[in-house]
Ligand binder design. Structure first.
Ligand code: NI
Ligand code: MN
Length: 226
């Protein structure tokens, strides 16, 4: 599969059978990403939680590409009310799809979105466990460190984990390094850093806290093979 980090928590996965999965597409208001909304053509959009830097351009993208949006029930109901095609999940639920499967797993974080200028809470924050072509990927969304991360993939190693390291709103470097151990990640991509001043972090410093060879620091917009 081909994976591209699009800054913040946004990750694009193109599977070997040419299906495109886009997680947390925060494109237009992200100063660091060069890829444009018009260039993206997802089949599935997975949204971890209702914060604006994760919902991002979901509505526009889903309309332009006819993508199915997958999120926690309460947020899925909001997307449905905006005319989108959705698949809802709640914690522990797993969906089988043409590329593999998606499971909604817990995160420790909040989840409100400004709608017509008023903040509305839409479910709670979550993460995703993806099974694609025999590999297990874990996108933690925004979260604090918590010990039940150990239950991701039934306590078996995760092949690739996307973990937030920005601090302030999520785990910082040290907690994220422990999270990598909790999920026994074979590879880890740090996300949710340097987009704004409040989440400035050095990803190299983070990678040094991991076991040798575990950390991957992709360049934004540049795909890598996994
Ligand atoms: Ni958030
Ligand atoms: Mn966030």
């Amino acid at each position: 599969m081909k994976i591209t980090w699009l800054g913040q928590s946004s990750v694009q996965i193109i599977t070997d059978n040419q299906l495109t999965i886009l997680i947390d597409p925060f494109i237009k208001d992200n100063p660091l990403v060069k890829t444009t909304v018009a260039e993206l053509n997802p089949d599935y959009i997975l949204v971890t939680h209702a914060h604006y830097d994760h919902v991002g351009d979901t509505i526009e993208l889903a309309k332009q590409s006819n993508a199915t949006v997958i999120s926690i029930t309460d947020l899925a109901n909001y997307f449905k009310s905006e005319g989108l095609t959705v698949e809802e999940l709640n914690f522990g639920g797993q969906l089988t799809l043409p590329f593999g499967s998606v499971k909604l797993v817990p995160a420790w974080h909040t989840a409100a979105l400004a709608i017509d200028g008023k903040p509305r809470t839409l479910g709670v924050a979550a993460g995703f466990e993806l099974h694609i072509a025999g590999k297990v990927l874990y996108h933690a969304g925004d979260t604090a460190l918590f010990s039940d991360m150990k239950l991701v993939n039934h306590m078996e190693p995760v092949d690739l984990a996307f973990l937030p390291i920005g601090d302030t709103y999520t785990m910082g470097l040290e907690d994220a390094a422990i999270a990598a151990e909790f999920v026994q990640a074979k590879k880890v991509v740090p996300i949710h850093y340097n987009t704004f001043t409040k989440i400035e972090q050095d990803p190299v410093e983070f990678v040094q806290l991991l076991n040798d060879g575990v950390g991957i620091i992709p360049e934004i917009d540049v795909p890598f093979e996994f």
